[in-house]
Design a protein around this ligand. Sequence first.
Ligand SMILES: [Mg+2]
Length: 112
Amino acid sequence: MTPPLTFADASARVDAYISQFREGYFPPLLLMARLTEEAGEVARVIAHEHGKTPKPGEGAGDLELELADLLFVMMCMANERGISLERGFARMMDKVETRDAHRWTRKDGEGA
Ligand SMILES: [Mg+2]
């Protein structure tokens, strides 16, 4: 069985890939453009799934792959800036689990 993939593992794999090339990471503004481009590709898949007909010769797209493309660019952005996505994710979850703890209707009926 494949061991679980951590953020650190994935970031290290991205870094090992990028580090093979002299160009290295894109500069911040180009990474931002790539992030936006990949977000648009996610939007295109969702649009195809919800009524928009793909152009001739264009497939419906692969949401799993497009989300992974987006994650790859996010990891590039975090690596390029020396930011820990793992720590950021933990901080974000702490935020939503506390700030938004009573925001939504719980299935167990608590807080309703
Ligand atoms: Mg893509």
